[in-house]
Every structure is written in C-alpha cells, then in structure tokens.
Design a protein. Structure first.
Length: 364
C-alpha cells in the first residue's frame, strides 16, 4: 500500500485551518506515557497558555480529548441537570446542536430564536431570562454557520445577575478574537484546536469557573469519559483517567508558544485588520456581507452569493484549480453564502492576495 500523500491545500474554510511547519515538527516528537512527568510539564504550560487566550484565571482550564463537540458535550452533560431549566439563545446551526444535547440529557430546554446571522441585545436577553428563570444559559460566541459574533456580556450580565450559570461556545473565536471569560461573566467555555489555534483537530480547550465547578463537586457525571471532575483530577492530581494524545498536546503547546511570541493582543489586532481589509475588497467587487457591520466574526466571513452564481461550482473551481478550500452555507443559508475563514497563518496581506486573485478568477 502506498504512503499517504494528501494534497497541499490553502484552508480558507471555517476549519480546519492552515497548520505551520513548526507544529508538524512538534507532532513528530516522541510519544510519552499518559503519566509521564514530561507530559505534565507540557500540559501545565498549555493550561497557562489557554488561560491567557481565554482571558481567565480559572484553575479548571485544560484540553479535553476530542473536537469542539466534545467540549460542548462536556459543558452540557456536567453543568445542566435533568429537569433543570436551560435557556439557549438560538441563532444558527451550533446553537441548534446545544439544544439537541440539552434535550438528550433530559433538561427542560427553553429556546429564544433569532435569524441566522443576527445577534442578541442585552434587553432581549434580560426579557428571556425574566420570563424563563433558567438555572443555566448557553449561547454561541462565534457562530460558524453564519459568521455572527455575539457580545458575551450582553447575555452573561443579566444571566449572572439572576444566578444562572453561563455557557459560551467559543469554537471559532478562541485565539483570534477577544473572549475575556472572566471580565465577560462567562462560567463555562469550550473551543477546539483546529480553528483559531491553527493545530490539527483532536483537542477541545475547556475552562470552567470556581462557582461552576462547585455545582458538580463530588457529583459523578452520567458521561464517564467527559466527567469534568475526573478530567480535572487527571491534570491536577495526576490520577489516570484517559490516555491523553501526547503528540496533539505537543502541537498545541507549540502554537500557544507562537501566540505568546506574537502577543495575544497583537494577534487579535492582526485578525481584525485582515477582516476589515477583506470586507473592503469584497465591497470593491460589488459583493456584500451577510452579517451587519458591528456583528461580524472577523475569522469567519460570510459573503452573499451573487445572483445567478452557482456557489458550488465556484467552490469546486477554487479547490480544483487553486487548491483553495472555502465552504458554502447550509440550513436556511444553503446556496446563499460563501463561508470564508481568515485564521492563523492566512490572516494577513499575503493570504488575502492569494485568496482574492483566485476568487475573482473563479467568479468570472
């Protein structure tokens, strides 16, 4: 059987994103055991780096095995009890997934719904919380299906004032957009390794506040593998829980080091500037953005498909002729938008030049 030889792509989709050589080099380093002292040296550095990009002092900050969906299930299965009132702010595909998980875990799920691409005001959040009186609320900070960015404090502030725990999906924002977990009032947040952190998939960076952890103290989770107490005991006390994927941790360590070298705030600024230049070039082509200005996610740009254009044909040409991957819309936005990621190594002038040269050619 021949060796695997994947093509080299330029990943301008919603994720995974481009991985740099230093990360691949780190993954080629030797595997160590799941209780090896060196593994815990690295994991402790990862935890410090994750606290920095999340903007938190939470002790319970670590990488959960799996993709972003494992982080979501960790949040819902641990912190939302059966029969408990759980309010989800729904405005896209991934808030739909939170709703489904809540229902599967037996919660009394209440849903506030807005259009795909819209965000919530504090007054809307306050009214919903006053009406439903939830114990836990959840929202998507950066909605991958629409390109909308929700200001977290507009939901977290009224939720915490009412005594509710706050869950935030940060899968497409961590490492590229300020989250400021502590300042925003978020209790539980999760993400993934393969988007804003520019690593291969396989880890879900997770953080939980002291008051959130107090809720589950001494209480076993119905999902053993994602029991946050057992995972915390593994990282804090070196009590065996699972065989941690050491090479994926090497990758995450390496890219968190790269973020520290760049400076977290500098990285946020770079992604915001790349987004602003992207919008300028899109509008210069006579095209328009799906999400209103002021509510756009800098790292996942949604562009309306021009009338008469088959988005699938454009995306197929980009991949076949230019090795560029972008995504289309789905659900109510199927065939209506391009979803174009600007994350990590491609969020700069050179990345924009590369993309727009090919995009213009394939739209012609």
């Amino acid at each position: 059987m021949p060796s695997v030889a994947p093509p080299v792509r330029y990943l301008f989709g919603p994720g995974p994103t481009q991985v740099e050589a230093r990360v691949y080099d780190a993954m080629a380093k030797p595997v160590v055991g799941y209780l090896d002292p060196y593994f815990f040296e690295v994991s402790n550095e990862i935890r410090r780096g994750l606290r920095s990009v999340y903007g938190t002092e939470n002790q319970a900050t670590f990488a959960v095995p799996g993709t972003g969906s494992s982080g979501m299930e960790t949040a819902v299965s641990n912190f939302v009890n059966a029969g408990e009132r759980f309010l989800v702010f729904n405005n896209g595909f991934f808030s739909d997934r939170i709703i489904e998980m809540g229902r599967r875990h037996g919660a009394d799920v209440r849903v506030l719904t807005k259009g795909w691409g819209e965000t919530y005001t504090e007054a809307e959040a306050q009214a919903a919380i006053d009406e439903h009186k939830p114990s836990v609320v959840a929202f998507v900070h950066a909605e991958t299906s629409t390109g909308a960015l929700q200001q977290p404090e507009l939901i977290a502030r009224p939720a915490r004032a009412a005594g509710a725990l706050v869950i935030a999906d940060c899968v497409t924002s961590l490492g590229t957009v300020p989250i400021r977990v502590d300042a925003s009032g978020i209790d539980i947040a999760y993400s993934c390794s393969q988007k804003g952190l520019s690593c291969p998939p396989g880890l879900s960076p997770f953080t939980a506040s002291a008051r959130a952890m107090e809720k589950v103290k001494g209480r076993p989770n119905k999902v053993w593998y994602l029991d946050v107490n057992l995972i915390a005991a593994y990282y804090d006390e070196k009590k065996y829980h699972h065989t941690a994927p050491s090479t994926t941790h090497w990758a995450l360590f390496e890219w968190l080091a790269a973020i520290a070298d760049e400076g977290v705030e500098n990285r946020f600024t770079r992604h915001q500037k790349a987004h602003e230049e992207f919008v300028r070039r899109i509008e210069a082509m006579g095209l328009s953005m799906h999400v209103a200005a002021g509510h756009r996610l800098p790292t996942l740009n949604t562009v309306r498909v021009p009338e008469g254009v088959d988005d699938a044909k454009v995306r197929t040409r980009l991949l076949a002729e230019h090795n560029i991957e972008v995504a289309g819309g789905f659900g109510p936005l199927a065939g209506k938008i391009f979803r174009i990621g600007l994350m990590g190594p491609l969020a700069n002038e050179a990345g924009l030049d590369l993309f727009f040269k090919a995009f213009k050619a394939c739209l012609a």
